[in-house]
Structure formats: structure tokens, C-alpha cells
Write a protein that binds this ligand. Sequence first.
Ligand SMILES: [Mg+2]
Length: 362
Amino acid sequence: MKKVLFIDRDGTIITEPEDEQIDSFEKLFFLHGAISNLSKIAREMDYELVMVTNQDGLGTESFPEDTFWPVQNKILEILRGEGIEFKEIFIDRTFPEQMAPSRKPGTAMLVKYLAEGIDLSASYVIGDRMTDVELAKNLGCKAILINKKGTEDAELCTTDWNDIYRYLKKISRIAKVARNTSETQIQVEVNLDGTGKSSIDTGIGFFDHMLEQIARHGNIDLLIKVKGDLQIDEHHTVEDVAITLGETIIKALGSKKGIERYSFVLPMDDCLAQVALDFGGRPWLLWDAEFLREKIGEMPTELFFHFFKSFSDSSKSNLNIKAEGENEHHKIEAIFKAFAKTLKSAVRQTDNFSLPSTKGTL
Ligand SMILES: [Mg+2]
């Protein structure tokens, strides 16, 4: 589902004059940093941009159409030149005293658009008034307020567009997935731009230890909580964690713009592990690692292959894993660390933010 930024115009993208009506080019000034930061947001992140603006009495004697459109069209043209395109533009023309349901903070104008299917929990309203914050509440999304006066109802209050960019950049690749079956209940949260923090509880000590490697050496924040049918055996828990982890990472990656394909070779004492990973949209696992012990800790070694196979299937990634060495604990730990290092490089965004594919999609 798509994520949306519902962006106000006056006081948010352009400055609002005393009389609150921009009906001539003399009154047109952009907010400092609005164009450059919106341009970066459009280029680097996966938000759809939608303009929502109240223009009191547009089309009446007090605000004739021919004083509005030349300025509006110029604003859009300037923004387009910097790569900022609005998917939709909603303009309410009523006066405040009409109390129209279409007027912000009302949502009547947006009903049809909302029916397209939007991940509102990951969407934001950006505006300079409390009516924008109320609109966010009415939509069920979050708010960013551009105003010296703060409010607890907004996730961020600032007068600086640089703050808005930094805030969105930090959270733009966070995803959560919950997966509940009769065998397991799993909750996974991932922040691909995290710092390596983890909170993991699968009920299998050695598996937790391996998953912590993914967070720490992959430099991603990872929360995994599992209630599995361990009274039967470890199989469902390991398999379903892998499936859910793969789904969550793919969700956090979004359109995958800016990511690359990577591999990593890592020694660990007597062992050498090599992992190559490509989120190319097609699952494949090549596994060349032999384990002679039946279990490490309480984890059956046959489930190592199964973990990576399930991850590859659910994330539609191509995984190529090889490991050699004597000590079985070292061998699997080296594989998980090499996987983490590969993942870290593979999800890192490069500066050009283009899709690493000639097909135009991944
Ligand atoms: Mg405004």
C-alpha cells in the first residue's frame, strides 16, 4: 500500500501574507528550504505527494479565479522543475462560516482518493495550522506542524524544512509485520536505517543469538517476538520467523530505489563464510554448507538451510551461501554475520537513488 504526504500550500510551501490570500505574483515567496527538501523527499523516499489547500471564496468576487491560477500554475511549474510532482491537488473554495465538510479539517474532498488504498499509519499531513493537525487526526494519519507554537498532537513541530526532511528520512524505511497462524504468533519490526539495536525472543536461545548478529552486523534495528509451538519442535518457529523477516525487510525497502546487490566474505577462526544477496524479485537459494552435528544449542542444524530458504522465498531474493571449516558453531555464526554484512550493504541507499535494474522495476 502506498504512503502519502498530504501537504498544505499556504504557510507550508509558500509564505502566507497578512490578508491570507495569494492573488498576485508580488505575494509569492517560498518558505526557506521548502523546494530543496521537498525535492530530496520526492527523489529519495516512497511517498506519494498530495496537495490539500483551503482557498477561501475562490471563484467569488473576493477571490476571482484569474488572480489565483497564474500564481498556482507558476508554483507547480517551479516545483515540477525540481522533481516535485503532486499526484492529486485538492482545493476547497468555501468560506470558513459555511462549515463545509470538504474544508480542512474535514475529509470529504479526499474520500474518493482514500478509497485507492493508502497506508494511513505511515502517511503524514504537513501543514502550518491546527486544522492541518486535525485533518491528520480525522484521516487516521500523523501530523507534522510548521509553526513556532508546538502541539503534542503532531509528531514533529518545526519551522525548518531541513528538520522535516531529516525526520522523514529517519523513519522512511521502518516496517512492521505481524503473522499469526495456529502454529506461531510472530511480530517483526525492522528499521533499515537503524543502529543495530535488537530485541529478540523466539524461545530458542541459539536462534536468538544468530538473529542478534543480523541486527548488530547489519546495522539494522530489529524486534522479533515469537510465540511458537516449541512443544512440537523448532521447525515452525524458525520457518515462520524467516518468512516474516523477509516480508518485513521487503516492506521497509519499498520501491528499492537506490539499493544495490552485494556479497561479503568473512573468516571466523577456522571457518570461511561467503554470502551473496540480490533483492531482484526472484527467489533462489544456493546453499553449500555441511553440518555434521544434529544440533547446536537446542537448534537443529537442518533448520539453517530452511531459515535461509524461507527468507529467500518471502523476500524474493537471490541468496548464495557457502561455508567451510571444522567448528560447526563458528561456521553458522560466520554465515549469519556474513549475511548481516551483506544485508547492510544491500539495503544501503546509494546517492543516485535510481533503481539498480534496466527493467525499471525490482
Ligand atoms: Mg496553511
